[in-house]
Design a protein. Sequence first.
Lengths: 245, 530
Amino acid sequence: MSLRGLVKRFETKLAVAGVSLEVPAGSFYGLLGPNGAGKTTTLSMAVGLLRPDEGRAFLLGYDVWTDPVAAKSRLGVLPDGVRLFDRLTGPELLAYHGLLRGMDAATVDQRARELLEVLELGAGNRTLVVDYSAGMKKKIGLACALLHAPRLLVLDEPFEAVDPVSAALIRDILQRYVAGGGTVVFSSHVMEIVERLCDHVAIMSSGVLRLHGTLAEVRGDKSLEEVFVQVVGGRVATGSELAWL
Amino acid sequence: MTGKVGAWPFVRLKLRLTANGLRGRSTRIALFVLGVVFAGFFAIAGYSSFAIPGVLDSLFAAESALPLGGATLILGWLFLPLVFFGVDESLDPARFALLPLPRRTLITGLFAAALAGLPALATLAASAGMVDTVARLGGPAAAAAQAVGILLGLLLCVAVSRAVTSAFATALRSRRSRDLAAISLALLAAAIGPLQLAALAGAQRADWDTVAAVSRVVAWTPLGAPYSLGLDVAAGRAWQVPLKLLISLAAIAALLWWWSRTVESAMVGIAGASSRRTSTSTRSPVDLLLFRRAPRTRFGALVSREIRYWWRDAKRRANLITFSVAALFLPISLAVSASAPGGMTIFVGVLAALALANQFGFDGTAYAANITTGVPGRLEINSRALAHAIYTIPMLLATAVLITLLSGNPARLPGTLGLLLAAYGVGLGLVLPLSIRAAYALPDTPNPFAMSSGGGATKGFLALGVLLAGVLISLPLQVISLFIAPIWLWIGLPVGIAYGTAAYLIGSNVAATQLDKRMPELLTAITPNR
């Protein structure tokens, strides 16, 4: 994935101010940043959900905005804050995504069953996705993104609201995926996960990329959290206020 | 710290939300201005019509017209939100669930906020014409009584619309009661029939005595009671005033109590998810999604999902149900009022297509899935139209049968169906491009009638525009069918289908091209503000 000078303005506010990022193929890339840093906006522009005001985005060499079909067919996305078609049951939703990807029905059935079993969602579960717990919704969303075996995965906050057991499972799936030659880009504000999983890291705040490179380069001899707080700034302790609490 | 909370903060919050919703959005401002113009027009037209009996100096005319006119206002407040506008739910009751507010405070506040809006203002201004009339007929004392009356009437209008939409929202949410809700909606719609009958028959035969008799009865119901207070003073029946005051106040209190009950269940409904069946199935995922004869392709998947959504999504289901009721009720009401039941044919056809006017808004951000999988515009549009037609065409067939039965001429069935299908095609042709260019976000609440501020106006104007344009474009066919009635019996169905198909092809083509260019913009438009 290659982003070149992406810019997005909302009314008067500059949400993303010229982000350029090279994600090497086969890397496990973590995009870090505080809330409101522009992570979701950047990833939305990268996958073709939000039209950038300036700049271009290439996925595996295909321009998302001029050659969307080629780019999107090789891409799996798990957007954050976006609803799924949640009036379908889990199996129905997976079948829907598979058929929309143009896969043949037998492959869809076989892969969907396997994913539902591995993610412990139940291949015959008739519960509507709208009634799933937050963690289950993340898992079914991830399953939808993986179903067509894309070469690039873009995941927005994949570990938010996921319980520790499911998180470990998702980590394992993603690590296997990268070991098999896939590329993962994901955003998070949980340092531990990023430090444990990623080989590359970028830190964003206020719509600007502050720091990026391999984990070792970015971290230096400090912990990632220290680097993050130092780069982003802001207060981490209270003084004499809140005495009434 | 925990001082008493009045209604005023709610009103301020509502006005603030409305203002913020307008800030920096030129289309919304334009719509708002259009709304103000329409409200002003309605107020002036209403005021002058209600003032006519006074100008004529006829107590008899006033006693016939005012209670009936007032009843029409209240019925309008009852039906228009259900069928056309939705309710402005910028103050979503669920948002107040965590605040330590007693129910009484909450309801008074929400009620006051509902009063602070253009529709309420316009209604008040229109009904002020009644005070004008009564002042001319009965002097200041009567006018004062009537002024109290129209204020009560306004409270009744707002209370009835809130209570009924909230109750239907609650009922349509649960699987068990939604059929009951559909039936009672039909009954409600049917209840307007006798009144319309009286009005139309009275107007046609100029039989003012009948109208006056009906009006006298209506004046004793909550519908007319508040609007006849001043008349009673003017006519020297002041003893009736306390009784009618009691009727009005009791009705308002009952409605508010009913509303508070359903609001409470709506507030709790968000926290406690409904428990649905959790049986398991051994069928394969693709078989679960697709209907038996659907092709195992992208198109099949899109259509199957749409069909399931029209039934499983409360917002869409509410649309289908209200259309079904209207489609059956309009011909009946016309037949009852002794005019030709065929007069509404093309109107019903266009109305059918209206449900798709904000089809992407129903999906909200879930539509992102279709963008990331790269569904082409044409496929998207055609699959959505087909899924809707699968529900609608049987409904139109039923309407056609009903119209021909009522007109007592079964041979006209194919011709009538042809007209309906032509109008449906024209409606789709108009609505599909609009569903992309004029999409708007629906709030994330379980209330299928809820609108974010400004949404109601958008929906109402779109509906009016589409209905008008659709009827105009279909009108040539209706005219032709009248001129060559004997031949129309034979060629009506194929010609109607051809006309409708042509209109659909043009409209869907435009829509598909636009969608291909504007997918991300469409997604932004239908994403609710958070």
